[in-house]
Every structure is written in structure tokens, then in C-alpha cells.
Design a binder for this molecule. Structure first.
Ligand code: JFZ
Length: 466
């Protein structure tokens, strides 16, 4: 056999030569070019929206944070397969108990709208690998594996379109169930290092599922996550990004498809030669102190301490906190993606629904000061935040001045008109220049304890002393 070896080598080398250009083409794949005007047009609805609702739903809603009678440590309920070290074969049995008969997509969309959200992002497949949609790529999905037996996402997408919400989907690259990333019974499981040699197989699976999501739900955003496997590269991100944008040119895709995750990394990207930053950054459970100048971003946030439903998590944030987080994001030029984790029966927990309604109550009066606004021209304001539109400054006052005088430090513009957003007649408030900015005479009591919006009409762009 050995004396044939050089021969064979030659045969392989020359035999493969005609394929060489094809290999080079994929190896050198770069992001599709996009002129700034086109990018701005593509991002327009997303930038105007400012507020979305996140939904983490999957098999993990069945154990709801509890395994073998014990609650897993506080934190992410959707990680229970990993946290409680549940073998895949055992976890799979949860499919038999996933029968969300109370699932009512119209009601969910109604609730999101009542809160003032303009888009909805739902987990199509989380780290556990279970698909909430009708997929031909395997049978580990809601249609084939559960007593429910119906697609979850398509009716929700249809309902979103009907009620005027943008429908968007989350997709995890890390997958604890797919054979290419499978851990049969391993106690020292490292989800980032399994079967790197089977990557191509997984990428093909992923592409098939992503195309199904586009075809069946016409999803507007792909919100990737779980890009941690060591074998996943920047180049893979570029490949998927181009693949998706060719299928749907208007699609918006986040940064977590590449190796860039939080806001800090996004900022660094401007200074590195990294190619893939995605269309927006995704700081998580936090709002960057000064926003992320020059990049689109969205902070995702839970209302309690878990993304997926946990029956033992009662650590809820107040409506005031949520509204102020939304304002904080808008004032820094970013979006706010607020999470709910429905139960296995298909209900949004009442604690979450109440909070969404609370946010909506504030938004119905003050939405104008959030939607379509851009970041504050002020570095810092002692009493709250500011958003703006051409000719208007919206002052979001968290700490109402006890003396009825709201000082706007550093503002140099002449004030054409001032009024409270809550006042339909726009009854004018008196303003006067001060030695350092402007003073607005306001009522002694705040119209809204969460945040009262004072509108200043100005001519030309905001002029603020540094
Ligand atoms: C991920 C998921 O693991 C989690 O279950 C949830 O879906 C969340 C929205 O995203 O967790 C992350 C992802 C990114 C960071 C931290 C946790 N990050 O960038 O710091």
C-alpha cells in the first residue's frame, strides 16, 4: 500500500485543484456591503420603537426552577438542564408535560401593546435545543414531541402582524440537545467544547431552522445568543449574517451572533479590526453609563431574577424601576427589551402582566417622550433624564423640585414654549434664563410619582454648555 502513497497524494492534490477557488471564496467571505442610507432605512423602525417585550418560553417552564423536589440556586430557570445536570434523555421527557392549553397569542400581543411595546422577541430555540416552532430539522420540537402538537410561533407572528407589533425571534447557537453538541451523561460537561468536528453538520441544521423561521414567521429581528462554543468563529457569524440578509434584506441581526456580547465589547469593536459587530449591541441586565455612542443598542432586562418562569422567584422590580429603566435607555439612545417568562400552561404570570400594565399606563401619557426620540444632549441632569426630537426637549423628572423651580443646567437655547406632557391643553409653564441655563416654574406636586415629563420647545438644535 505504502508505495502507492505519493501517487495518491498527487491524485488528491490535482483532483481537488478545480475546487480551490470555491474554497478561497468561502474563506475570504466578508460582510455584505451596505451604504449608510440603506442601513439607516433598515434600522429606522427599530430605532423609533425604543421598547420591546422579550419572551423566554420553553420546556424549562415545566420544572419552573425545581428538580427532584429541590429548587436550583437563584437565577436563570431556563438553564435548569445545565444547573441541575439533567441528562438529555431525562430532560427530553419534559416534552410529554408541555401542553400549554391556555396559550392565547392574541392576549399576549394585546398585553405587549397595552404596555407600549412596539416589538416582541420570543425564544424560538433556547440552549436546551427545544424548538417552539414547526421545523423539519429533527423532531425535538413542539409540533412533533408534545401533547400540544401545534406551532407556537406562527400564530404569534400572525397575531403581531394583525395588531401592528413587529415579530422577532431569539435563537441559541449553543444547543445541549443536538447530536453535534450532545452530552449523553457527562458530569463534567463543558458546553463550549463538544464535538468541534461536527460543526458543519450543526451549521447546516442551524441554517435550515433559520430559513424556516423566515419562511414561516417572517421574523424581523434575529436575536442570537449562546455563541460560546469554542469552535464558533467570527467567520461563521459573517457566513450566517450574509446568508440571512440575502434571504431577507430588511432583517436586523444582533451582535451575539459573533463573539461580541456586551456593551463594553461593542465599544472596543470600534477600535479593533473585528469584522462582525452585528446591527446592534445587547448589554444585559444593565444600562451602560453613557450609552454606546455611535452604535445601536438594546438593554434586555428581567422583571424578577430569571428569564424563564420560576415558581419560587418573587423578587419583582417595581413599575417605577421598570419605567425609569426604559427612560434611562431612551435618554442614552438605546432600546429597552423587557422580559416575561410564561408558565408551562401558557400564561404570562400575573405579576408580570400587572407590571406591563403599569408601564403602559405611564406610556399612554408619555409615550411621545420615548418613541422616535434620540439621546439626551446633556451629560448629566441632577433630577432625572432627557430625550429629544427636533425642536423639543423632554425632561423626565424623577426627583421633583420641592421649591417648584426646575433648573436645567447648561441649556443655552431660547425657550419657545414649555408645558407638562400630562396636560392636554399644553398650558404654558413660565421659564426664565438663569446664570447657568434655564429655570422652569413647575407645580409644587409632581403630576407623576414615577417620572413627570416637562416639554421644552426650542428653535434649532439643543445648545448645551459642556
Ligand atoms: C443569555 C442566556 O444564557 C440566558 O439564558 C438568557 O437567554 C439571556 C437573555 O442571554 O445569557 C447571557 C448572555 C450574554 C451575557 C450574559 C448572559 N453577556 O453578554 O454578558
Amino acid at each position: 500500500m505504502s508505495h502507492y502513497a505519493p501517487f495518491l497524494r498527487l491524485l488528491i492534490v490535482f483532483g481537488l485543484l478545480p475546487l480551490a477557488p470555491a474554497f478561497q471564496a468561502t474563506a475570504a467571505e466578508t460582510l455584505l456591503p451596505e451604504p449608510p442610507q440603506e442601513r439607516n432605512a433598515r434600522m429606522a423602525w427599530w430605532r423609533d420603537a425604543r421598547f420591546g417585550m422579550f419572551i423566554h418560553w420553553g420546556l424549562y417552564a415545566v420544572p419552573a426552577g425545581q428538580w427532584n423536589g429541590k429548587f436550583i440556586p437563584p437565577g436563570n430557570g431556563e438553564w435548569i438542564m445545565n444547573t441541575a445536570n439533567i441528562p438529555a434523555k431525562e430532560y427530553e421527557l419534559l416534552t410529554k408535560k408541555f401542553n400549554p392549553v391556555k396559550y392565547d397569542p392574541a392576549a399576549w400581543v394585546c398585553l405587549a401593546k397595552a404596555a407600549g411595546a412596539k416589538y416582541l422577541v420570543i425564544t424560538s430555540k433556547h440552549h436546551d435545543g427545544f424548538s417552539l416552532f414547526d421545523t423539519k430539522a429533527g423532531d425535538y420540537n413542539v409540533v412533533q414531541a408534545t401533547p400540544y402538537g401545534k406551532d407556537i410561533l406562527k400564530p404569534l407572528a400572525d397575531e403581531c402582524r394583525k395588531q401592528g407589533l413587529k415579530f422577532c425571534t431569539y435563537y441559541s447557537i449553543m444547543d445541549w440537545h443536538h447530536p453535534a453538541q450532545f452530552r449523553p451523561n457527562d458530569k463534567t460537561y463543558n458546553p463550549t467544547e463538544i464535538h468541534p468536528e461536527r460543526k458543519a453538520e450543526y451549521v447546516a441544521f442551524m441554517k435550515q431552522q433559520l430559513k424556516e423561521l423566515l419562511d414561516n414567521t417572517d421574523t424581523e429581528v434575529l436575536w442570537f445568543d449562546g455563541e460560546w462554543p469554542k469552535w464558533w468563529t467570527e467567520e461563521d457569524a459573517v457566513g450566517i449574517y450574509n446568508y440571512l440578509r440575502k434571504l431577507k434584506p430588511s432583517l436586523i441581526i444582533n451582535n451575539r451572533l459573533g463573539k461580541a456580547r456586551d456593551g463594553v465589547r461593542m465599544e472596543e469593536h470600534a477600535k479593533t479590526d473585528r469584522q462582525y459587530t452585528g446591527d446592534f449591541g445587547t448589554p444585559e441586565q444593565g444600562i451602560p453609563a453613557t450609552g454606546l455612542p455611535g452604535v445601536d443598542w438594546e438593554s434586555c432586562m428581567t422583571m424578577n431574577d430569571s428569564w424563564g418562569f420560576r415558581k419560587d422567584d418573587h423578587h419583582w422590580k417595581s413599575v417605577a424601576t421598570l419605567v425609569r429603566q426604559l427612560i434611562d435607555c431612551a435618554s442614552k439612545g438605546g432600546n429597552y427589551l423587557l422580559n416575561v417568562g410564561p408558565t408551562a400552561a401558557g400564561e404570562i404570570p400575573k405579576e408580570s402582566a400587572e407590571r406591563l400594565e403599569g408601564v403602559g399606563k405611564w406610556m399612554r401619557v408619555n409615550g411621545e417622550a420615548i418613541y422616535g426620540t434620540t439621546a439626551s444632549p446633556f451629560k448629566k441632569l441632577p433630577w432625572g433624564r432627557c430625550t429629544q426630537k427636533p425642536g423639543k426637549l423632554y425632561l423626565h423628572v424623577f426627583d421633583w423640585p420641592p421649591n417648584g423651580e426646575l433648573h436645567v443646567p447648561g441649556l443655552k437655547n431660547r425657550i419657545e414654549n414649555a408645558y407638562l406632557q400630562v396636560c392636554p391643553q399644553k398650558r404654558p409653564l413660565t421659564t426664565s434664563p438663569s446664570k447657568d441655563g434655564v429655570v422652569v416654574k413647575v407645580p409644587s406636586q409632581p403630576p407623576d410619582k414615577i417620572a413627570s415629563v416637562v416639554v421644552l420647545e426650542i428653535q434649532g438644535p439643543a445648545n448645551v454648555a459642556p
